[in-house]
Design a binder for this molecule. Structure first.
Ligand code: TXA
Ligand code: MG
Length: 345
């Protein structure tokens, strides 16, 4: 039986610069402990990125495969610079435009960062988070902080402290509660170590905005939904990640009226499609996120709510084929199955 930690939850203000709570959290991090904290995207599970034992504890607490690398968070350019071997001009330009903010840049890892942060890779994903309390915590800790999303591996990402508590109570030292995160979806991950800049994970910072800064073409990695025209028919070969425990399926809006597996108690999450009618008495809970911005901010909270509602099935009605919806679409492909039996006669 694993030893349980007495996980505490302490409140902070999102603009806190210095406070006894932040100082205590920073001390826990310096001693190799685990602290969950809010960023502008989702809550992160932080540990000292220079301490391999502390980093190993993140993987254990999350049940995360050691092959999946972590993102390192810095409080300013000076600290960010110590995490990488080189700081080429394109990085400086991207940092100037997007940091602090939801862009992670993959670069050549410096020796300061523990190799297990990067799952043994020679690179490191780096960002300066866009929430002042998060940067203050890192500054007070005085070391770069490795932080994946603060959920058990493959589960739904946390946008509230209560989401973190549900997954990680007993497994970490402290949860800092700074209220809801305002971006709501994980950072865009951009790999700059290859010949062409490449998006590994879409987020609210779009390829086009990055291209404008770099004045160069940006690729999208295979496996990311690059073309929102095609995924409506993609057969659900995506590994489930960000997934509710309840059986979750996705359907195009034209089929929303005849969902077969949706009973006896189904929940429906409608993305876009304002006014969509679903006349099915088995729908016990319906949540609408009509715009891409609302969906980015509230997708995970909606999935947590649906997952806790004691439903038999969750049905996600897919959003319009529009690039605005790309980041949300990427997440729902990984949160749901696509089975024609769920809606075809
Ligand atoms: O918004 C976010 O990015 C949040 C907050 C807490 O900062 N963090 C987050 O971390 O989403 P995580 O661990 O859940 O996702 C990290 C992603 C993974 O897809 C991982 O494969 C990729 O970043 N990644 C990290 N380091 C990498 C590297 N060196 N090379 C390629 N991909 C990397
Ligand atoms: Mg994650």
């Amino acid at each position: 039986m694993e030893h349980l930690l007495p996980t505490r939850i302490l409140s902070i203000g999102t603009n806190d610069y210095d406070s006894p709570v932040l100082r205590e959290a920073a001390a826990i991090l310096r001693e190799g402990g685990l602290v969950a904290f809010p960023t502008e995207t989702v809550y992160g599970l932080g540990a000292d990125a220079t301490n391999p034992d502390a980093v190993a504890a993140i993987f254990r607490a999350k049940g995360r495969p050691a092959t999946n690398p972590l993102i390192v968070h810095a409080d300013d350019y000076a600290m960010a610079r110590t995490c990488v071997r080189e700081w080429p001009v394109p990085v400086a330009k991207l940092a100037e435009r997007f940091w602090p903010g939801p862009l992670t840049i993959v670069l050549a890892r410096s020796d300061r960062i523990a190799p297990n942060v990067s799952a043994g890779l020679d690179t490191v994903g780096l960002r300066i988070p866009g929430k002042r309390a998060a940067r203050s915590l890192i500054r007070l800790a005085g070391v770069p902080i490795a932080a994946p999303s603060a959920n058990r591996s493959t589960g739904i990402s946390p946008t509230l402290a209560s989401h973190v508590a549900k997954d990680l109570t007993g497994r970490i030292d402290l949860i800092l509660d700074g209220g809801p995160t305002h971006v709501g979806i994980e950072s865009t991950v951009l790999d700059l170590t290859g010949e062409t800049p490449r998006i590994l994970r879409p987020g609210v910072i779009a390829a086009q905005e990055i291209e404008e800064v770099l004045k160069a073409q940006v690729e999208t990695a295979p496996g990311v939904v690059e073309d929102v025209e095609s995924p409506m028919t993609s057969p659900g070969q995506m590994p489930l990640h960000y997934a509710p425990r309840t059986y979750t399926t996705r359907v195009p809006p034209s089929f929303a009226r005849r969902i077969f597996l949706a009973g006896p108690r189904a929940g429906v999450l409608v993305l876009g499609r304002p006014g969509l009618k679903i006349e099915n008495p088995r729908v016990a809970l319906r949540i609408d996120l009509p715009t891409a911005e609302e969906a980015e901010r509230n997708l995970y909270a909606a999935l947590h709510q649906l997952d806790e509602a004691g439903l038999d099935t969750i049905v996600i009605v897919t959003p319009p084929k529009d690039h605005k919806w790309l980041a949300v679409y990427d997440r729902i492909l990984r949160a749901s199955r696509y089975s024609k039996q769920d809606w075809e006669e």
